[in-house]
Ligand binder design. Structure first.
Ligand code: HEM
Length: 124
């Protein structure tokens, strides 16, 4: 049995779960729900994102497509940093609700840019 396609499917599944969790938390942020501070809501996304990242590292090592060597992997890594920073502004660090909502929309756009980079593998 081939390991690589299994890890790739795991990676894609957890990317989807990460987006789903972020959209739900964004909805709770906009609606001012207390759910945002519930303990599982603070813990589960870290588990999902850790599995997403660990699977990314395994794919990079197994395929030899390292950041700085392969353009789309470099791009994904840079966009991931932007997604994380924008995500913390959207759900926590944004000083006003407007800032949080703008950061939320920008984070979603960044996520779809990562997805686009994964699917089209652009070369610069
Ligand atoms: C939100 C974050 C991420 C999303 C949404 C995402 C999405 C995806 C998707 C949809 C694929 C499958 C592409 C295909 O069918 O060919 C994929 C593959 C892959 N991803 Fe990610 N990814 C994310 C983060 C990362 C990060 C941070 C890295 C490493 C820097 C990474 C490295 C890879 C690699 C090496 C592959 C395998 C490409 C191949 O085998 O052709 N991903 N990713």
């Amino acid at each position: 049995m081939e390991i690589y396609p299994i890890v790739k499917h795991l990676h894609m599944t957890f990317a989807g779960l990460s987006l789903l969790g972020f959209v739900i938390r964004g909805y709770w942020m906009i609606s001012g729900s207390k759910m945002l501070n519930a303990k599982p809501v603070k813990i589960v996304p870290h588990i999902v994102d850790t599995i997403l990242l660990v699977s990314a590292v395994i794919l990079v090592v197994m395929s030899g497509m390292y950041p700085l060597k392969v353009d789309f992997v470099t791009l994904k890594l840079l966009l991931l940093v932007a997604y994380i920073v924008l995500g913390t502004f959207a759900l926590k660090r944004g000083k006003t609700k407007t800032i949080k909502i703008v950061a939320f929309i920008a984070a979603l756009a960044t996520f779809f840019a990562i997805y686009w980079a994964a699917m089209t593998k652009p070369v610069f």
